[in-house]
Write a protein that binds this ligand. Sequence first.
Ligand code: SF4
Length: 553
Amino acid sequence: MVDLLLIHPPSYLRFREERRKYGPIADVIPSTPLFDMYPYGFLSIANYLAKRGYKVDIFNLAARMIMDPYFDLKSYIRKIEAELVGIDLHWMVHASGAIDLAKSIKEERPELPIMLGGLSATIFHEEILSKYDWIDLAVLGDTTEPIIEKVLDSRMSIEKMREIPNLAYRDGRRIIVNDIVYVPNNLDEFSIDYHALFSSLARSSEPVWWIPFADFIEHPIGAIILFKGCKYTCLGCGGSAYAYSKYFKRRAVAPKSPNSVVEEIKSITDYMKIPIFLVGDIRLIGMKNMEKLLSELKSERIDLNTVFFEFFTPPPPQSLVNDLASLDAEVFFQISPESHIESIRRYYGRPYGNEALENFISQSVHSDARRIDLYFLVGLPKQRLEDAASLPRYLFGLSRKIDKGRIEKLDFFVAPLAPFIDPGSLAFDFSEKLGYRLKAKNLEDHVKLIAGSRDWRDMLNYETKWMNAGEIAKATYISGRGLLELKKELGLVNSQAAEEMIAKIDSEYIQDIMEKETVIPEDLYPSVPIYSAIEGNISNVLLSIMKNILGLE
Ligand code: SF4
């Protein structure tokens, strides 16, 4: 019996029963279009509670259902042995999956208490408890580890729950909401010891299915969150300063200290040589912290293999780019200009022009960095079809400004803003004013949109004043196709793979769930399969289970 079982649902629970055109909605992330990657919070909650003596299991149901066509959900539910079941509703794409999974569990096992958590669950907690009586409680806010500990200790006593902040629950027919007052101002308590965590998860009743996403075994990547909150407000972002302040009561960015970040990295890299993604612009932990972290990363304490740094705005043309690029590792930079058209970018909330962007690119390709990746979006306010479609032309011009010998240090991707602009974002709250037309306004609308759509175009929760759903899709394909042509011409991707993908785009085919539609997976993140990346001293149990699952022994 475990104290807490955390289950991650696919975005749509009945995906095996029907064919869908998923399109490019998950092309630039490690997940499939069923969004099988669970939020980082699962690991942090499991780690926090395990350190305090609680037994926690993570079950990635989405990954299991994708990889095991014979997996039977009902029999799994019958065997659950847990005091409390937690389901993530962090990203809105899990609206249908989370609600439906909770219902399936309650129908089979009415005695099991079911809790939802995550940013979307926080925004929609009233609707969750008023419409779905199979869900018992919702934990609120961006940091809920101590809240869940209190819930476990309460043993679901209403009397005790009255005293727990950041919690919504039912007392009979009444919905009680205890305000969000727990908003920690740093994250040190929540940093993760991955080695201890994975070793303990490997001893659980489902020893492999804690994997963060279905493709993790073949293309593993580790993520470390540097902070919570943001100082920017990009219009469609539910993790913006606006959303954090209004819905999660966070007024300032909460950083993780350099020491905690380093220990967290070491707990991965000492055992697995996998790429590490440092999530969030490193400058937002504060300049002093950043300098300390940099000097730690340069020290011999850490054996980095491949590391990704993201920037919210181009760093100033000083030493930061060279400092990061000169780490003893393959260093990748990422930046999301969203649009190559400055006015559209600035309106969306990215406060910089093309000159600053191109200076950053130039500095990066002349540094020791392995590559700089640019990410663009389709579906922005003020963006017309011809604006999005002209992206390949801009990038062609940009490529001409880069020495031939350095061009392989540049890469670029485009994706639709899909399927949803985030609830909690400015664009969601003030849609009409900002040029968006919403097709779904509450949780139930989103549940229906996901369940009822057979084509990704129909699943979008918005159109803009400048493009309808069909035009957003058309612009995405024109732009994505153009980028593949350009990458082929510049020698950035395998030409046969690019030609095959272009042919698939032209034929409007229906891709397999594990396939990307417009992006060649090897182009996205470099990686080696987990069984080659594991160092000898990681838990032998874990290694042999993984090999077993993969049929390697
Ligand atoms: S998209 Fe914009 S608002 Fe959202 S986290 Fe990134 S920089 Fe912050």
